[in-house]
Design a protein around this ligand. Structure first.
Ligand code: UDP
Ligand code: MN
Length: 316
């Protein structure tokens, strides 16, 4: 039997080790290359997303302005309501806030508030006729609210914006709750659009009922369904070109209860057939008719009577 010399065995073993080492290095670099390729693909995919997002935000800035008219009046919760609303609006691009105070003159509180709010705004005032002003003890439905203020806002747009300007009009009460998605939807309006308003009309929601292919086909309401537009003020937007086309369209204190929105929209010569359905064929709620509880000042009044009023320099 032939004996294999020990040095040959060693050589064989060394060769094996070298082959194994080369194999390992090769597979490792191969794996690394694969990994790098995979990562590069992921980076390029993420870059596409970033580019897309940048494009979107640039586009949003280029999109026409939303002109929102907000009537507001002095009460204990006014600054709290305006703060909440303005901090929602800070997230909306290309937005022009027209704030109309129900007052003989602009108040210091609203003037200061607006100058610090960081939004593009126009500050106006128009006092509600005393005959139509709600008293503290009146139920809120007794009189139409925000009539003179919305008309003043409309007049400002008609006198200060060129009729050629592309834009949208939206009425925003100061105590509602708005989802940011709503403003994206408003900016897709061609002529006029509508969507349901949550917690409105004594219902879960009120406004468009059945919608199909981007059209409102019926209304969902329980009260006065014969109204041409049984919809809350927060449930529609219109192209501002309609304001220049129908210069008389606006609001009136003589309008019967529940007809303010119908009066305005029919004044713009709109019917249900013109209303573009937004908010996922009107199945999403993007605005709520919330109402702020009146502040109770019983203890404050007591302290005033006792001659110990709170610091008058602290604005609430
Ligand atoms: N408003 C007003 N003067 C008033 C009462 C209300 O300018 O005397 C404004 C109020 O700030 C809000 C809008 O009109 O922006 C609608 O009023 P409110 O929210 O009280 O009405 P409701 O929610 O009961 O419909
Ligand atoms: Mn309200």
């Amino acid at each position: 039997m032939k004996v294999i010399p020990i040095y040959s065995l060693r050589l064989l073993l060394t060769l094996n080790l070298v082959v194994l080492l080369v194999y390992c290095i090769l597979t490792l670099t191969c794996d690394n290359e694969k990994q790098i390729k995979k990562l590069k693909k992921e980076v390029s995919y993420l870059q596409d997303i970033i580019d897309g997002e940048n494009e979107k935000s640039v586009n949003e800035e280029l999109l026409p302005t939303i002109y929102a008219i907000t009537p507001t009046y002095a009460r204990w919760t006014q600054k709290a309501d305006l703060t909440r609303l303005s901090q929602t609006l800070l997230h909306v691009k290309n937005f022009h806030w027209i704030v109309v105070e129900d007052a003989d003159r602009k108040t210091l509180l609203v003037t200061k508030f607006l100058s610090n709010c960081g939004l593009k705004y126009t500050h106006l005032n128009a006092k509600t006729d005393q005959n139509f002003k709600l008293k503290d003890s009146d139920p809120n439905w007794l009189m139409p609210r925000g009539v003179a203020q919305r008309n003043t806002g409309l007049t400002w747009i008609r006198n200060n914006i060129s009729p050629q300007t592309e834009g949208y009009l939206y009425f925003m009460d100061d105590d509602n709750t708005y989802d940011l998605q709503l403003f994206k939807e408003i900016r897709t309006t061609q002529l006029a659009s509508a969507w349901p308003v949550g917690l409105s009309g004594g219902l879960k929601f009120e406004g468009p009922g059945f919608c199909k292919d981007g059209k409102v086909l019926s209304w969902y309401t329980a009260w006065k369904p014969e109204r041409p537009f049984p919809i809350d003020m927060a449930g529609f937007a219109v192209n501002i070109k309609l304001l220049f086309q129908y210069k008389e369209a606006g609001f009136s204190n003589a309008t019967p209860r529940g007809y303010l929105e119908s009066h305005f929209l029919t004044g713009l010569h709109l019917t249900i057939n013109d209303m573009e359905a937004k908010a996922n064929q009107c199945t999403d709620i993007l605005v709520w008719h919330t109402r702020t509880e009146k502040a109770k000042m019983k203890q404050e009044d007591k302290l005033i009577k006792l001659g110990k009023p709170s610091n008058p320099n602290i604005e609430v």
